[in-house]
Design a protein around this ligand. Structure first.
Ligand code: SF4
Length: 433
């Protein structure tokens, strides 16, 4: 059997590095100038209230621009860029706002590129055996789908590469459906690719993110680019670039099992720069203590009196974006005295332990499941889907935590400051002038 092929390149200049990458994998061999091309970058979500560095979280805008340039050189005149960035009332920009902030309208102006917010639809109901999902028609009906994920780790799925990036083509309702129980997320992520069928995957590893997928992660300048016409092969090499074994990533394993595919990098033909010259081992997860009541780091801090079981796979993106602020408020609000037996429950399936004095229920799913549970002495209901940060703060204060949004802002500033003046961290790769 012929090996699937992936090209690897060190990112050195725009657009030449991408041009060589695409040439090496024959990425445009099926492309015709009259094709309607759809590009799906990863612009997962942008905070509208607090500063946020985009390294390793978003596809670099420069690389998307490079792709548009190459398509333009090829004679393609009909290009759409589509993304459905996660919306959360009061603290996340809509996709159009993100396009605007990053300078995407200049691509629209210069090259006639159409910019779409996929969350606005229209959607098509697509069958996946026993259920169906709503997928944006623009992504389904294109002649040539170019998937442009980022090289990042993910606390629920280990890695977020090409197969995972396709989740951004779903409606919000369908995305939530994918998190309905702790068992199904991997099945879903392994199957979007069977309906969307990217013709080319270009993995942007200019920055790689460990402990991702969002702003709490730590980015590294890696300058790694990978491309393939075979979506699984691109993800296998993406895992290798992150120093991970693709066979350890559940959604890749599920896809490979269904299609009788190997996950060994040796079974992929690599053209261009060897993996060993680009690899950077990325840690993917935060470890929790054995009792599952909080991050291990809290043991070192001596932080006691609170239990927050580790996020499970039922926490969808809206509420998972609040996990960071909750942990931060608990850490920055800690004054050396144990908290008064608080329990914080998240997602859709967690149940109270029966030991807490106050139980903080994050979001409508937890409230619906647990508000009348006899194991709860006093429930603190933080409503919303997802709740706002202000409501989270109020809930924390009700639990006796000195939660301050000013302190939270300082923490967020410090996350951005990590990259300021650091060699290789260049905001102009994200913000087009
Ligand atoms: S409340 Fe949270 S976990 Fe539940 S559907 Fe809304 S965002 Fe998802």
């Amino acid at each position: 059997m012929e090996k699937p092929m992936v090209s690897l390149q060190r990112y050195e200049s725009s657009p030449d590095s991408l041009r060589e990458l695409v040439r090496l994998c024959n990425g445009f061999s099926e492309l015709k100038p009259h094709h309607q091309v759809f590009i799906k970058p990863n612009l997962v979500a942008m905070d509208s209230q607090y500063p946020m560095a985009l390294y390793g979280i978003f596809t670099t805008t420069r690389l998307v621009q490079d792709m548009v340039l190459l398509l333009n050189e090829f004679g393609v005149g009909n290009i759409t860029i589509g993304e459905g960035s996660v919306r959360a009332k009061h603290f996340a920009l809509p996709t159009e706002g993100i396009y605007e902030a990053l300078g995407y309208p200049s691509l629209a102006k210069r090259y006639g590129v159409r910019l779409l917010d996929l969350l606005k639809g229209p959607f098509e109901k697509v069958g996946f055996g026993e259920y169906s999902l709503q997928i944006a028609k623009a992504a389904l009906e294109t002649d040539f789908f170019i998937n442009m994920p980022v090289l990042k780790t993910h606390n629920q799925t280990m890695l977020s590469l090409g197969l995972k990036n396709l989740k951004g083509c779903l409606s919000t309702k369908s995305r939530k459906f994918c998190h309905r129980s702790d068992q199904v997320l991997e099945d879903h992520i392994s199957s979007f690719v069977e309906k969307l069928r990217p013709a080319l995957t270009v993995l942007d590893g200019i920055y790689g993110l460990e402990k991702g997928p969002f702003y709490l992660g730590a980015a590294h300048r890696m300058n790694a680019l990978a491309a393939s016409k075979d979506p699984l092969a691109a993800d296998i090499l993406g895992a290798a670039l992150a120093g991970m074994d693709a066979a350890a990533v559940p959604h890749l394993r599920k896809y490979a099992e269904r299609h009788g595919r190997s996950l060994r990098p040796e079974d992929v033909e690599v053209r261009g720069t060897p993996v060993k010259d680009l690899v950077k081992r990325l840690k993917w997860d935060n470890t929790w203590n054995e009792e599952n009541t909080g991050p291990r780091a809290w043991e070192r801090m001596g932080l006691r009196g609170v239990s927050i079981p580790k996020y499970d796979k039922t926490v969808c993106s809206g509420c998972s974006g609040i996990y960071g602020p909750i942990l931060t408020m608990l850490m920055t609000g800690y004054k050396g005295e144990p908290y008064q037996e608080i329990e914080i429950l998240t997602g859709k399936v967690m149940k109270p332990s029966g030991k807490a004095r106050k139980t903080f229920l994050l979001g409508n799913c937890m409230i619906k499941l647990n508000r009348r549970d006899p194991g709860i002495r006093e429930a603190v209901l933080v409503k919303g889907c997802p709740p706002t940060l202000e409501d989270v703060q109020k809930g924390m204060i009700q639990c006796g935590v000195e939660a301050s949004l000013d302190v939270y802002r300082m923490f967020r500033d410090s996350l951005v400051d990590r990259y300021k003046g650091k060699e290789g961290f260049d905001e102009s790769l994200f913000y087009l002038r």
